[in-house]
Each structure stands twice: as structure tokens, then as C-alpha cells.
Design a protein around this ligand. Structure first.
Ligand SMILES: [Zn+2]
Length: 205
């Protein structure tokens, strides 16, 4: 995992810059009272964290393909993107849903295979939200929330460990795509780091 250290540093920088945020669970409950479709990678070492983290907020209907949310991004995999869209709309029909939790995770074997680091993983997932919004009629789609799951275990960057879920927002796509760490890296006051890490949803798995 040594080679992933700079990626985790970038992730930490994005969190500290508030470009990855705590999940607003009450807002999701309000917007998705019937539950939500969860698009996720099926990674056996992390899926239970993704499922319990999301299902602890609202009942979820999982749709899993390797890579999850990144597959909905532009120019990633048109075939799987179409399949995910069709399955999502079908789940809306059969389960009476209208909200999507569009989740990608890091580290992800599929993303590595695609050549994506942390930044690309987030950007592709945000593009996925835009794709769903332009592909599903507005009256059928109440909302899409892109989620980024980070497995901090073995990251050697944080005192605490575990798999944590963060919300990303489409309006921050450009800021994330062009984000640069300052020369001082992630050296923010400890109190600020604490503030950013107390809130994100922790999996109960
Ligand atoms: Zn994965």
C-alpha cells in the first residue's frame, strides 16, 4: 500500500478543503423516504461497509458491478454504464424508488485496472451523477448523491482506522479536478482535522 500514500494524502487534502464532506443523513432521509438505489462496487472486503453505511440511513437496493459509481462516468465503459442505467430505472419501477446513492471507493481494484487514482475516481463518479440526471426524466429522479468510500486501513495517514463514506458534490467537480495540495501538504491544525473526521458516516460492519 506504500505506493498509495500520495493518493491518501490527496484524499485528506480534499476533505480538509471541504470538497469531500460529511454525509447529511437527515437530508437523505427527507429526500428518499422510500429508500434508494445503491450503485456500488461489489468488493468483498468493503461492500459490507458500503451497504451498512448506506442502509443505516435509508433502505437501499444495491446494484453492483466492479467499480460501481465510476462506471457511470464519461468514456469509462459505455456498455456497463448503459446496463447500470437500465437496472437503476428498473429498480425505480419495481421498488418505487426515485433516489440514487452513486458510490465509488478507494482503493478499488477495478479503478486501478482502469488507471484511475483517487482524483479520477471522484471525478468519474461526479460525471456519473450528471449522466443519471440527463438520462432519467426529472419527474422520476428526485436526486443523486455521489458517495466516496475511503478505506483508511493501512493508509498510515490517520490515527483512526476504518472504511468511511463521504459525500461529493457535482458543483465541486472542477475544483476537485484542479485541486492542488499546498506545499505544506495536509499540515492543518489537529483540531481542524478532528472536526472533519468526527462526522462522516462510519460503517457499523
Ligand atoms: Zn472496487
Amino acid at each position: 500500500m506504500e505506493h498509495l500514500y500520495p493518493e491518501f494524502v490527496l484524499a485528506e487534502g480534499l476533505i480538509q478543503a471541504n470538497l469531500l464532506q460529511e454525509i447529511d443523513a437527515p437530508r437523505i432521509k427527507e429526500r428518499a423516504p422510500n429508500g434508494a438505489v445503491l450503485i456500488s462496487c461489489g468488493d468483498r472486503d468493503r461492500f459490507k461497509h458500503h451497504f451498512t453505511g448506506c442502509n443505516g440511513i435509508v433502505d437501499v437496493h444495491p446494484i453492483c458491478l466492479n467499480g460501481g459509481g465510476v462506471l457511470l462516468g464519461d468514456h469509462v465503459d459505455p456498455v456497463r454504464r448503459k446496463v447500470l442505467l437500465e437496472d437503476c430505472v428498473e429498480a425505480f419501477d419495481v421498488k418505487g424508488l426515485s433516489f440514487v446513492l452513486d458510490l465509488a471507493h478507494f482503493p478499488c481494484g477495478k479503478c486501478t485496472k482502469l488507471g484511475y487514482g483517487f482524483r479520477e475516481t471522484v471525478v468519474r463518479t461526479l460525471e456519473g451523477k450528471a449522466f443519471l440526471k440527463r438520462s432519467i426524466p426529472a419527474e422520476r429522479l428526485k436526486g443523486v448523491l455521489p458517495l466516496i468510500s475511503i478505506d483508511w486501513r493501512n493508509a498510515h495517514i490517520k490515527q483512526e482506522h476504518g472504511v468511511k463514506l463521504y459525500a461529493a458534490h457535482l458543483q465541486n467537480l472542477e475544483a476537485i479536478a484542479s485541486f492542488e495540495l499546498s506545499e505544506s501538504g495536509i499540515a492543518l491544525p489537529a483540531s481542524r482535522q478532528d472536526r472533519h473526521h468526527r462526522h462522516p458516516v462510519e460503517s457499523r460492519a
